[in-house]
Structures are given as C-alpha cells and as structure tokens.
Design a binder for this molecule. Structure first.
Ligand SMILES: [Ca+2]
Ligand SMILES: [Ca+2]
Length: 125
C-alpha cells in the first residue's frame, strides 16, 4: 500500500477534510479495539459503533436484525468481522446517500439569476 501522504495522522489536521479522515480512523479504532482482533469490528463492536455514532442515520440499529443486515452487507470477505476497508465502504455509501438527499432537496428560493446577457453581440466572429 502506498503510504506517501499518510503522515496526515502524525500531525494536527489543517483542513476539515483531513479532520474528517482522522475522525473516521479514530472512530473505527475506538470500537475495533474493544474485543478480539484490535483491527476489526466484531458483531458487538459494530453494533456499538452503529448505535453510538450513527444513531441518526440508522435509527433502528438497536434492532438485532438491522445489525445482522449491515454486517452481512459489509463483510465482503465473510470472516464475520468488519475491517477498516469494509467500514469505509459503509461510510462511503452513507455519505453518497446523504449527498443524494442534498441533491434532491429543492434549491432555496430567490436564487440570484446570473446576468450573462450584458455583453450580447460582442463575441461574434
Ligand atoms: Ca475487535
Ligand atoms: Ca470482513
């Protein structure tokens, strides 16, 4: 794996996006380190992460079936654990879903019209 720019973890993030990356990594390890393999989420760890960190998005994460579903969706290599790559796919999918919602929202009213007709005729060649 290329590691060239991964020193982002070694220093203070200077942009929102860098902080977001750090938060994803830190949040994953906060839960993955609780039991079993330090670097993967067991079912229990996944449930805890979902309920404590993503309660707003996955309202029914307390529901055991919901956790099972997320787990089987995410566990691409079927080892019963969610590793960081599998976790980041969930975060990507959720972020895409949020972005779709953003795109579907009606634009605010009173959108200023761009005035592009001021120089009509000037560009004819
Ligand atoms: Ca673990
Ligand atoms: Ca897995």
């Amino acid at each position: 794996m290329p590691r060239s720019n991964c020193d982002v973890m070694a220093k203070e993030p200077s942009t929102n996006l860098e902080s977001a990356m750090q938060m994803l990594i830190k949040t994953f390890h906060k839960y993955s380190g609780k039991e079993g393999d330090k670097y993967t989420l067991s079912r229990g760890e996944l449930r805890e992460l979902l309920t404590e960190e993503l309660g707003n998005y996955l309202g029914n994460a307390q529901d055991k079936d919901a956790v099972e579903r997320v787990m089987s969706d995410l566990d691409a290599n079927n080892d019963g654990e969610v590793d960081f790559t599998e976790f980041i796919i969930l975060m990507g999918a959720l972020t895409v879903a949020c972005n779709d919602f953003f795109l579907d929202s009606p634009p605010p009213k009173n959108k200023p019209e761009p005035k592009s007709d001021a120089k009509e005729g000037e560009k004819k060649e």
